[in-house]
Design a protein around this ligand. Sequence first.
Ligand SMILES: Cc1ncc(COP(=O)(O)O)c(C=O)c1O
Length: 415
Amino acid sequence: MNTELTFVTPRMSFRRPASPLDTRRQGDFGYLQPGEIYLDAACQSLRPQPVIDALTDYYTTYNACGGRVKYAWGVKVDEQVSDTRRAVLTLLGLSPRSYATSFTLNTTYGLNLLLQQLPMGRVGRIVTSHIEHNSVFLPTMTAARRLGVERLVLDRATDGALLYEPAQLEKAVVVVNSASNIDGRQLTNLAELVHDTHARGGIVVVDAAQSMGHGRALLQETEADAICFSAHKMYSASLGVVVARHDLLAALDLSFVGGGMVADVREEDFDLVHGDPASVLEPGLQAWGEIIALGRAIEWLGSIRPGGLAPAEHLTRLSRRLYDGLADIPGLTLVNTEASPVISAYAPAQDSHRLAVFLSHSQIMARSGYFCAHHYLKEQLGLPPLLRFSLGLHSTESDIDAATQTLGRLVKGLH
Ligand SMILES: Cc1ncc(COP(=O)(O)O)c(C=O)c1O
C-alpha cells in the first residue's frame, strides 16, 4: 500500500481552463481534459482508447471464463488469451519452446509467486541490489528467511550495471530490476549477468516493471529465467505478467494452488494439467478481459508513431526536454545523472509533498515521496522525500514546459 497517496488533498481544482501551453489531444488519449498534465506514467500508464475499447468489448459482448467453457464466447476468450500469451513472448523475442507466459495481479505478485515457491535445498543465496523497488526488496528478504540462505545486497553503477564478483553468483537466485523507477537507470550488464549466473548454477529473475512500456530492447537480448512486469505500466489494464522458463516453473514447490491448474484430484493428491506450464502460476479464474486488453496494447505499441517517430525515439526527445527543463531550475537537485522517461529531484529548501500538492493545483500530476524505494533513497542516500515526473506516450512538449515552468515558480517561492 502506498501511504504517499495520503498527501493528495481534496483541494485539487479539476477542469481548469486550458492554458496557452495546452496541446489539443485527440485520438488515443482524447479523453484527457484540457489542462490535465499526467506525469505519473511510471506508476500507471494512461490507457489508449483501443485498449479501453478491447476491455469494454470483452465485458459487453463475450464475457465468458477461459480454459473451461465450450460455448462460443468461451472459445473466443481462449483464442484471444492464447494470442496474448504468444504476443508477450514475441515482444520479448523468446521462444514458446522454452518460455511460458502466466498472468497474475501485478509485478509484486509475480515476484512473490516465484520467490515464495522456490524449492528448499537448491538455492545457495539470494542476490539483489540496493536500488530496488520494495516489490523486490521485501520478497527477497522473506524468501531468504524461508529458505535459510544468505541475502546479498549489491551496488549498482551509475549506468545501472549490477556490480558483482562471479563467485557471489554460485547457485544464486538473482532478483534485480531492468530499469529503476527512481531515475530510469537500466541493468546494462543483464546479458553478462545471466551468462555468469547460469555458469554457476543460478537463475536470474528480472523485475521489468519499468522496461515493458519502453526499453524492452535490453530484455530481448537475454535469456533470463523469469521476467515479471505489470501490464498497467505498459498502456494496458491492471494485470501482472510472469514470463518464465519451463524448467523453472517445473521446479517450483507449489503452495499457491487451486482450480484451473489440475487435471485430476484425489483425497490426498492431485495431478497438474499436463503440457501447460503457465498454469502453475494461475490458480483460480483469471482476469480474462485484462489479458485480452494486453494483447490489444501490444498491437497498439507496435503500430503507433507519435509525432511521426518510433515510440522510443519520441520518448527520448521528451525525456531530454524534461531533464533540461528541470536541470535549469535554480534550487532543484536532480537525482538522475542523465535524461530518462522517469526523473526524480528535490529542492532542499522545500518539502516535496507540498510542491506536489501545489503542482496538482495547476492540474500537474507528479509524485512525491520515496516511490517504494525507501531503503535506497532514505536509508542509504539519506535523501528527503523526492518529486518524480514520469512520461508516457500521451505526454507532450507542452506538458513538460508547463510542468517545469510551474515548478520553477514554486521552487522560487512564487505561488
Ligand atoms: C521497478 C518497479 N518494480 C516493481 C514495481 C511494482 O509494480 P506493481 O505495483 O504493479 O506490482 C514497480 C511499481 O512502480 C516498479 O516501478
